[in-house]
Every structure is written in C-alpha cells, then in structure tokens.
Design a protein around this ligand. Structure first.
Ligand code: UDX
Ligand code: UDX
Length: 434
C-alpha cells in the first residue's frame, strides 16, 4: 500500500521504516529541512538499534522516501499518518497545536475525487480524533472524502524496531468500515492480533496503557522504600510477585524513576484529561509523586554519604532516559546531573550515545563530559550510575577502583551485583537492596 507519515521523529521515522520493510511504499514528511536533508543523504538523525540498516535497505529498494512537502506525501498515499509531537503545557494538558496545524495542512492539499484515511499515531487526549475530523472538514475546500482513524503506537525506544515488527497488538480505532479495512490491510504482514475499537477507546487505550506501566514502576519503587526500611531485597520481591502471571515481571525494576518523552507527559496528560472530564484520576498524582521523590531520595543518599557535595568530584554514568537510545528528553539521569551541579559538585558525565544531544539541548551545563566510563571515574570521589547501559557492566572493577579517589558507588538502576562490588572493595548503595 502507499503510505505517508508526517513527522519523522522517534515514532514516525521508525514506523515508516518498518512499514517499508514489510513491503509498503512510504513517504516520510518532516517540516525540519535539516532533518530531511540528512535523511536524503543516508544519515540517520537518531540512534535506534537496527534503524540505520532498515532505512538504507528500504531506500535502496525504492520503498522509502523523504520530503518536506505535505502535498507530495498526501498525493502519493492512500493513508496518511500523523506522528508529530504532542508536548505538555505547563499545567500538564497536551499542546495539540502541531496536530491541528498538520490537520489543516493535510486538508489544504486534499484534492477533489481523492479519498484518504488520516491516522492519528501521536499520543493524543480522548476525543482528539473528532476535532481532527472537524478541522479537516472545515479546511478541505475541494470536498475530498476522508476518514479519521486512531492508531496509537506502543514502541519502546531502544527496542522500537522489534516492538514494531512483532507487536503484542495493533489498536485500530475507527468509525468507518472502509477506513478500518484499509488499516487492517496495512497491518496484515505483521501477523499480530488486531483490536478494532471506536476512535475514543483507541485514544484512551494509549494513555491508560502508559499510565498503568508508570504505575507499575512507581509501585515497585514504593515497595523498594519498604525494603530499605525493613532489610528486604526489592529484586527478590519483584521476582516473587512478578512470577505471578497476573502481575508479570516486566516494568518492576526499581530505580530512580521513569523519564523520557512519553511517561512523564502522558501521565500528566491523563490527569488533566480526567479532571477535564470531571472524573479526577487522583491515583496518578501519587504515581507522579513517588516518581519525583524517588530521585530526591537518591540524591539524599549521596548527600548523606559524602556529607558536603560542593566541590566533590562525582562521575555520572548515563545521561539518556534509558539504555540503547540517544534520547535525553525528560531523562532522570540528566536531572541527577543537574541536581548535583546545583549543589556545587564537580560532575563529569559519560554516556555511550546521549552526550551530544545533552550538550546540544544545554541540559548539562556546569558539568564536564568524558569519552569513556573510566575517564569519567578518574579521580572521582563517588560514582553515580544513572542509566543501565550494558557497557557499564563490562568495566573492570579493579581498574575502576584504581581510577577513583574514593571507591563509592551509588547505583540508581540496580545494575551491579552488590556482593561482587562490595567484594571488590567498594562502598555500594543501590535502590531497595540493603
Ligand atoms: C511522538 C509522538 O508524536 C508523540 O505524540 C508521542 O507521545 C511520542 O512520540 P516523537 O516521534 O518522539 O513524538 O517526536 P520527535 O522525535 O520530536 O519527532 C517529531 C517530528 O515531527 C520532528 O522531526 C519534527 O520536525 C516533525 N514535525 C513537527 C513536523 O514535521 N511538522 C510539525 O508541524 C511539527
Ligand atoms: C514507553 C512505553 O513503554 C511504550 O509502550 C510507549 O509507546 C512509549 O512510552 P519508552 O518511554 O520508550 O516507552 O520506554 P520504556 O521502556 O517504557 O521506559 C520508560 C521509562 O521507565 C525509562 O526511564 C525507564 O528507565 C523506566 N523504567 C522502565 C523503570 O524505571 N523501571 C522499569 O521496570 C521499566
């Protein structure tokens, strides 16, 4: 089939590449000229495992192209996906101005006699589909036919390609049989269970799913506090409760909290949406509170051990919001660096993929950066592990101890084995493992 994706970011670009991989013809549109120029040169603007090969292969096969022209994308395609950002506003509600703008842009280039399915892939509040349809109707002067569908994405950065190629489920929210049938055809090659719903339910599924996952993380982080107070081990507790199939072990890893471009904004949005609808979801406020205090408690542990942070040389491993990505948006690791810098510490950070973006977006001002984990640790009075990159587990502990001025490790992601690290001569603090 012929598809167009508007917005070539972490969601749009990977989705486009995966659609092309299963044989569809995909035009990726983006209004960022620099990004499109990069893509046309074969450069990949983001780091996502497996993406580069996928892009090169499908461009070479003539199934994937890039443009800044919405008209070109809409003209060439049967189905148009919207994957532009839906950032949070100061009160937590969603800024839908990009969605509205793109809806107008699509309407302006729709031609008489055309039929297009417009798919909302961005995460949007329930009832946005209705507004998108109203907007297109209003600006579609030629009277072209169209239907609006909601098709939320569930990809995790760092494993977005396998998540898209082998999805747990596909959600298609649509009120038109014609549009739903086309959507089912698009997803046929993925051989995944398809759930067809009305538009409002599909939109709600996304916010409810992300909020539930965030709730699971905050739940285990709250349990971790009880483990610390009682001498239990949160990893064992998570294994014990997670092996119950009704609960599941995934997303029960205690740490310094969830971050990224989705969970913090989606939970805030769901709170705002529920309040708007007159049914406040207060449980989610507690989820948010546990999440933010989790980092504060971690910083307090560092302060307690080092007494004064001012002028202390502290190495931080990890800047991205999770491993296997270069994404530093709303990263708890970056917030940890900012907290330490604010207290006057001399922070030297290392991240395998995120350093460039952290510097570009001016997120780690006042901190220095290193080119390797050991370089960061050189002369450090403490080491903080803020993101659980696999690379960190390969560092030789004897070399690390030699490099550091004083051997203190604060492991915010429970990456290392406490016994091994303590046997190597470190004073080791982690989350929920006393
Ligand atoms: C996406 C979704 O859109 C968001 O709703 C979801 O919750 C998370 O994932 P993401 O792909 O991470 O966002 O955003 P980003 O990487 O910033 O990509 C968005 C792209 O859209 C950018 O390349 C930007 O240049 C482009 N864009 C933005 C347009 O092409 N047109 C616009 O009007 C605005
Ligand atoms: C999330 C959802 O998982 C995905 O389905 C949705 O479409 C987009 O949002 P993403 O934000 O890319 O994906 O990554 P995810 O793996 O969910 O991690 C989010 C945050 O939660 C990270 O900061 C991660 O470190 C944290 N996390 C995750 C934990 O602290 N503990 C866990 O057990 C799992």
């Amino acid at each position: 089939m012929k598809l167009c994706i508007i917005g070539s970011g972490y969601v749009g670009l990977v989705s486009g590449a995966c659609f092309a991989e299963v044989g569809h013809h995909v035009v990726c549109v983006d209004n960022n000229e620099k990004k499109v120029a990069q893509l046309l040169k074969g450069e990949v603007p983001i780091y996502e495992p497996g993406l580069e090969e996928l892009l090169h292969r499908n461009v070479a096969a003539g199934r994937l192209s890039f443009t800044t022209s919405t008209e070109e994308g809409v003209d060439k395609s049967d189905v148009v996906f919207i994957a532009v950002p839906t950032p949070p506003q100061p009160d937590g509600s969603v800024d839908l101005s990009y969605i509205e703008k793109v809806a107008r842009e699509i309407a302006a280039v729709l031609k008489p006699g055309q039929y297009r399915v417009i798919v909302d892939k961005s995460t949007v509040p329930v009832k946005t589909g209705e507004k998108v349809a109203d907007t297109i109707r209003r600006y579609n002067k030629g009277g072209a036919e169209f239907d609006v569908v909601s098709n939320p994405e569930f990809l995790r950065e760092g494993c977005a390609v396998p998540d898209l190629m082998k999805p747990d489920r596909i959600v298609i929210g649509g009120n038109s049989e014609r549009a739903v049938a086309l959507m089912q055809k698009i997803y046929e090659p993925f051989m995944a269970p398809v759930l067809v719903t009305d538009i409002n339910s599909a939109e709600l599924i996304k916010h409810a799913a992300n909020s539930f996952l965030a709730l699971k993380i905050s739940y285990i982080n709250a349990v971790a506090r009880i483990c610390e107070a009682s001498g239990a081990d949160v990893e064992k507790v998570a294994d014990g409760i997670g092996s119950d199939k009704r609960i599941g072990r995934n997303f029960l890893n205690a740490g310094i909290g969830y971050g990224g471009s989705c969970f913090p904004k989606d939970i805030a949005a769901f709170i705002a949406i529920s309040e708007d609808l007159g049914v406040p979801f207060t449980l989610l406020k507690e989820v948010e509170k546990i999440n933010s205090t989790q980092r504060e408690r971690f910083i307090a542990k560092i302060r307690e051990a080092l007494w004064v942070l001012k002028d202390k040389k502290i190495a931080v491993w990890g800047l991205t919001f999770k491993p296997d990505t270069d994404d530093v948006r709303s990263s708890v690791a970056v917030q940890v660096v900012q907290d330490l810098v604010a207290e006057g510490a001399d922070v030297i950070a290392y991240d395998p993929k995120g350093t460039e973006k952290a510097i570009e977006f001016q997120l780690i001002q006042g901190a220095r950066v290193a080119k390797s984990p050991l370089e960061a640790a050189q002369g450090a009075e403490a080491l903080v592990i803020a993101t659980e990159w696999n690379e960190f587990t390969a560092v030789d502990l004897a070399e690390l101890k030699n490099a550091m001025h004083t051997p203190l490790i604060f492991d915010g992601r429970n990456l290392l084995n406490p016994e091994t690290v303590r046997n190597a001569g470190f004073q080791y603090t982690s989350i929920g493992r006393s």
